[in-house]
Every structure is written in structure tokens, then in C-alpha cells.
Design a protein around this ligand. Structure first.
Ligand code: ZN
Length: 390
């Protein structure tokens, strides 16, 4: 029995690393340990799955020569050692990533494997390859040590446990080196293409497609296993299909994310910005909307007597106001006052623009020229729209 698909990834699309330790998130499960200060979460499903694994193992051929009580002890020890191996595999990724100065948020242990949340993408293909290789390298090292110990000790319970641990780590190590995203091997493959072509996004797409091919191949193996009963893979066909499903879903997500990344540099505040009409806060909403339409403006900015912007009118609030009420409402009552976080440079684009928007979530932002002049209004809805259809 081998647990596979330990994988790892960046937590989100480039949000700055928080200075304080991340808060505990109960939805992720419970924190069972903090090796190197990295919180390790165990999913609630894990316990159920671990019990199933123990029963499966205890009732399998592996333990048929042991007493009933002994079987369950051996099975529980095996399952714990298996997950400890997965954890060590994940920690290897984390420690190397940290060595390169990349913050590690947490490690999650799922029934099917582990997941390391590293908060930033490695800046170079070489580092990406090293972080990715660290996990399988440790798994194979544990397998090697297990093999040597198994050879040195006489047959018996301890021998059987060590031999199983050797086998599990061997499978985890080799399986994760298969060259398709989201597996470690896929990341190493991606790093190689990145190094050769200098194009990280194209490298992601290629390695993610390799992941899809891998998923289909695994399903193919599962079908062979189903047809040829008694062969080595026949007992693992369902397992292979589940893992293939995970790989397919995650490689598809990687392809999607790569498309968004490709589009990212072309997303600029200046091209998305709406023409804005300056109005005074006391103007009736109906009149403000009429003037905006006449001027071809799609946003309203509240200005004071000197013409300085003080607030942004919320488009959704305007739309939610029935036509018949609009003459009786002052436009200023539907505006959000303009804090410095809502003022962005019209020159922002790409990741810098996304970061600025993520730091101060709002529906509208004021765009200004470097001279301080108002350029227009950026609607968050327009920014979202720029990424849809991907
Ligand atoms: Zn890994």
C-alpha cells in the first residue's frame, strides 16, 4: 500500500508575505506539530482514512501470519510510519525553500498525501528544481536506509515493518518523480523547460499538459489492471483512478493559471480605467447620472469646492437605487470616501496592479497621473472581467 501524490504549491497569486505568523485556520484541520516552526495540519478526513487503511492492512495477506491483535498493532504502526514518511518528504521541500528565503506557510496532510504551502514562486529554475527534488530525494533516502536495515535484521515483525516502509518510500519517491504537474517530477521538468527557453509560463503549460498525459496513462494502467486480474496492478486500479483524477484536476488548474499569468502583463490600469465625471456631493443622483451619460463617462467622482476628489461613487449602489428615487438622493450618499489606499497610479499594470488591489479590496479606485491629475476610475469588476474567458 503506497500513499502518493505529495505535492506542493504556492499559496496564492503573489500576495506579500505576512510579517506575523499566519492565523490558525480550523477548516484545514488540526495542528499536530510545528517542526522548524512550520504548522502541520491534519485534515479531519485523515483520521477516517487512516482507520480504513489500518483495517485494510490488518486484513491483507501482509499480516496473515500474525495473531489478530498483533495484526492491528503492526497495521497501525505501518500507517503512522507511512504518514511520517510523507511528512518528512514535505518538510524536505519546505526546508530547502526556506533556505532560499521563500516563506513557508504550512504543511497539510491529506488522506492521499501531503501539501506544502510555499508563499512565493522560486525566482530561478535552478531553485525550483532543487526545492522539487528535495522531497523525492528524502523519500528515496529513507527507502535506501529501510532496505539496509531490512537486510540486517532477521525475519519477524520488525523486519516486515521496515520492509514495508522501504517499499512505501520507494513508491512515493519514484511516483513523485513522474514528469507531469502537479508532481515534483513535473516541477523539475518545468524548471528544465524554463531554463532552456527562458519562458516560465510556457514551461508551466507544457509540464501541465504532461500531467494530463500522465493522468490518462494512469487510467490506462488501471484498465489493464482490471482486465488482467491477478497482475501486480489489479489490486490498485481504483487507487490509480483516484490519483489520476487528482492529477488531471490540478494540471488543468495549472494550465488555467498559466493562461492568466500570460494575460497579466497586458492588464493595465490605464487601459481598464473608466472616464470619470467630477460632481459635487449634493448633486441629485439622477442629474449626476444624466450628466455622466451625456459626457460619455462611466464613473462619478465626488469633488470638493476646489475640485479635489474626496469620494468615489459606488456603481453597484447606483444600480441598486430605483430610477424613481434617484432625483431625491444626493449622489454623495452613495460614495465611499477616498482614503490613500484607494488612489492608484494610472501607470500600474500586471502583478503590481493586482497586489495594489489585493491590499485594499474595494469596488472602485481613483486612478491618477504621476502629476497628480485625475485619470479616471478603475472598477474592480472591469479587472475581474479582464481575466474571465480564460
Ligand atoms: Zn513532493
Amino acid at each position: 500500500m503506497a500513499t502518493s501524490t505529495p505535492e506542493r504549491g504556492t499559496a496564492d497569486s503573489g500576495q506579500p508575505a505576512p510579517d506575523r505568523p499566519p492565523r490558525r485556520d480550523p477548516r484545514l484541520g488540526i495542528v499536530v506539530a510545528r517542526p522548524f516552526g512550520i504548522p502541520v495540519y491534519i485534515s479531519p478526513y485523515w483520521l477516517i482514512f487512516a482507520v480504513v487503511l489500518v483495517v485494510l492492512y490488518a486484513t491483507s495477506d501482509q499480516t496473515s501470519r500474525i495473531s489478530t491483535q498483533g495484526r492491528y498493532i503492526v497495521a497501525a504502526a505501518f500507517v503512522l510510519l507511512l504518514y511520517a514518511s510523507v511528512l518528512v518528504h514535505e518538510l524536505a521541500h519546505c526546508v530547502v525553500a526556506r533556505g532560499f528565503g521563500l516563506p513557508v506557510r504550512r504543511v497539510l496532510l491529506y488522506p492521499l498525501g501531503g501539501y506544502s504551502e510555499i508563499e512565493q514562486e522560486p525566482p530561478t529554475p535552478g531553485r525550483e528544481a532543487l526545492i522539487s527534488a528535495a522531497g523525492p530525494a528524502v523519500s528515496l533516502a529513507i527507502a535506501g536506509i529501510g532496505y539496509l536495515i531490512a537486510r540486517a535484521i532477521p525475519p519477524g515483525l520488525a523486519h516486515q515493518l521496515v520492509a514495508q516502509l522501504f517499499f512505501a518510500n520507494l513508491v512515493v519517491g519514484i511516483f513523485n518523480l513522474l514528469p507531469g504537474l502537479p508532481l515534483d517530477g513535473g516541477r523539475i521538468f518545468r524548471a528544465g523547460i524554463w531554463k532552456v527557453t527562458g519562458r516560465p509560463v510556457a514551461a508551466t503549460t507544457t509540464a501541465a499538459w504532461a500531467g494530463r498525459v500522465l493522468a490518462i496513462t494512469l487510467v490506462g494502467f488501471a484498465l489493464v489492471g482490471l482486465r488482467e486480474r491477478g497482475s501486480f496492478i489489479s489490486g490498485y486500479w481504483l487507487w490509480l483512478v483516484v490519483i489520476a483524477g487528482f492529477i488531471w484536476i490540478q494540471s488543468t488548474q495549472a494550465i488555467r493559471a498559466a493562461k492568466i499569468r500570460e494575460r497579466l502583463p497586458m492588464v493595465s490600469a490605464r487601459t481598464l480605467g473608466r472616464r470619470a465625471l467630477p460632481v459635487s456631493a449634493s448633486l441629485p443622483l439622477a442629474e449626476a447620472v444624466r450628466r455622466a451619460q451625456a459626457a460619455g463617462a462611466r464613473a462619478l467622482v465626488i469633488v470638493d469646492h476646489e475640485g479635489t476628489p474626496t469620494a468615489l461613487v459606488s456603481e453597484s449602489a447606483v444600480q441598486a437605487t430605483p430610477e424613481e428615487r434617484r432625483p431625491w438622493i444626493e449622489v454623495g450618499s452613495l460614495a465611499r470616501s477616498l482614503g490613500p489606499e484607494l488612489v492608484l497610479s494610472a501607470n500600474l499594470y500586471g502583478m503590481d496592479l493586482i497586489k495594489a488591489v489585493q491590499q485594499a479590496p474595494a469596488s472602485e479606485y481613483l486612478l491618477i497621473e504621476p502629476s497628480g491629475q485625475v485619470f479616471g476610475v478603475l472598477a474592480a469588476a472591469d479587472l475581474d472581467l479582464a481575466f474571465t474567458g480564460v
